[in-house]
Design a protein around this ligand. Structure first.
Ligand code: DWN
Length: 404
């Protein structure tokens, strides 16, 4: 029987997405024969309600110098993080705040703090991402954030007023050490703020591609509230964010340091009403995921049968789950276009579809794009308005499988 990685209680499996590759391991042809795979299953803790993967991929396999994702690959996300930086400073209770970002990636958020002279430090496990952050004028160091890292930062730089993480906490199975680290690093009135895909949104949209090796947890206010209490913190605020397909931003303060606002209790009540930890409801989610696989395969096959050319739009980490779970290979999607130089010329994980730079000429675009970057729909459709105007079609699978 699986146990909850967060609290140790019993965890029940409710979804099996099959054998999967590492979502961000874009392969050179010679690496295909030795490709790493693991079983992608999802469980829900019967005690604290934490939704999590049934097995853990060693962190060094996922996060290393060649980690290809860069936050700045989305213009809208870059704007989002500039606003986050301003807000962290505006809401700080001290005049000269020190902000630590866990998983700072290329420093997109911290750049804003660096520009305005705010004391900051980024921590990231990818040496190449840290190099990009440093080149942009950000203070950053390469490390996995855990208790020892936090103690070292506190000794070298002093206590932090804010520990912030975006799309990072859900990547870390060993939250005990991270929460202990936050407790060691934060000032008495300091806050731990993090934003990650929300289980409620994944559930509502059946966006099962949010589930992959790197996304070990799918947080909710219910599970984060329990997590906070076990580590001497309290969830004092929660906000819904309209980014990356729906996220929640959690603010944790030391127990007794700040009064919780009304939002956490309201969000927990919403989650309870939706039955987000109820085994029958979870079984229904698994059925919706299986139905999406059938519908997407049917649509792709009929599109190809009509003689229409198809390509993937953006070699996202998320697309690995869709492609591998559905068994979609180069016969259905001959190539995927992506803006990331580190992914171009490689093969998609598991399904080995070539990743290419976007064509220079509109004449070389396919008849139909499969929108793997659906979480950036507004940005992409804006950028690709000429494709649509010229009769190009989009296949998407979130919220529903459809061609538009
Ligand atoms: O949590 C994570 C999120 C935040 O970022 C990570 N585990 C990894 C990564 O996930 P992803 O790859 O699914 O993220 P995105 O932001 O949905 O997709 C990024 C990829 O899409 C990059 O390879 C760049 C590409 N892209 C593109 O080619 N054209 C993105 C946009 C917006 C575009 O217009």
């Amino acid at each position: 029987m699986p146990t909850c990685r967060a609290c140790g209680d019993r965890a029940e499996q409710f979804l099996d997405l099959g054998r999967q590759p590492l979502s961000d391991a874009f392969l050179r042809p010679e690496e295909v024969a030795t490709e790493f795979t693991y079983d992608l299953t999802v469980t829900c803790c019967q005690g604290c309600g934490m939704v999590q993967l049934g097995s853990e991929v060693p962190r060094e396999r996922m996060f290393h110098s060649e980690y290809p994702f860069r936050t700045a690959s989305s213009h809208r996300m870059t704007q989002h993080f500039r606003a986050v930086a301003d807000r962290l400073v505006a809401h700080s209770s001290t005049a000269d705040p020190f902000v630590v970002e866990v998983g700072c990636n290329d420093g997109t958020m911290l750049r804003r703090l660096a520009e305005t002279g705010v004391r900051h430090l980024g921590v990231d496990a990818s040496a190449d991402a840290v190099r990009d952050a440093t080149a942009a004028g950000v203070q950053a160091q390469c490390a996995f954030f855990e208790l020892e890292t936090a103690r070292r930062i506190a000794a070298e730089h002093g206590r932090a007023d804010v520990v912030y993480a975006a799309n990072t906490m859900c990547h870390i199975p060993y939250l005990d050490s991270v929460l202990a680290g936050a407790a060691a690093l934060l000032t008495d009135d300091g806050v731990l703020v993090f934003e990650d895909p929300s289980w409620e949104d994944v559930f509502r949209l059946a966006s099962f591609d949010q589930i992959y090796d790197e996304h070990f947890y799918l947080f909710s206010a219910t599970s984060v509230s329990a997590l906070a209490l076990r580590h001497g913190f309290r969830l004092v605020d929660v906000e819904h964010l309209d980014v990356h397909g729906g996220e929640l931003r959690y603010t944790l303060a030391r127990s007794g340091a700040r009064e919780p606002g009304p939002a956490p209790a309201a969000q927990v009540a919403r989650e309870r009403a939706l039955g987000l930890t109820d085994p029958d409801v979870l079984a229904g989610f698994a059925e919706r995921v299986a139905a999406k696989r059938t519908a997407l395969l049917d649509l792709l096959r009929s599109t190809r049968a009509q003689g229409r050319s198809v390509a993937g739009y953006a070699a996202t980490a998320k697309s690995a789950t869709v492609l591998n779970y559905c068994g979609i290979g180069p016969d259905l999607i001959p190539c995927v276009y992506d803006t990331t130089p580190e992914k171009q010329g490689r093969l998609t994980p598991g399904t080995h579809i070539p990743v290419l730079p976007f064509p220079d000429s509109p004449d070389d675009l396919p008849d139909t794009f499969v929108l793997f970057a659906w979480n950036h729909t507004a940005e992409v459709l804006d950028k690709e308005s000429a494709f649509r105007a010229d009769g190009g079609r989009w296949i998407r699978y979130v919220p529903d499988v459809e061609e538009v």
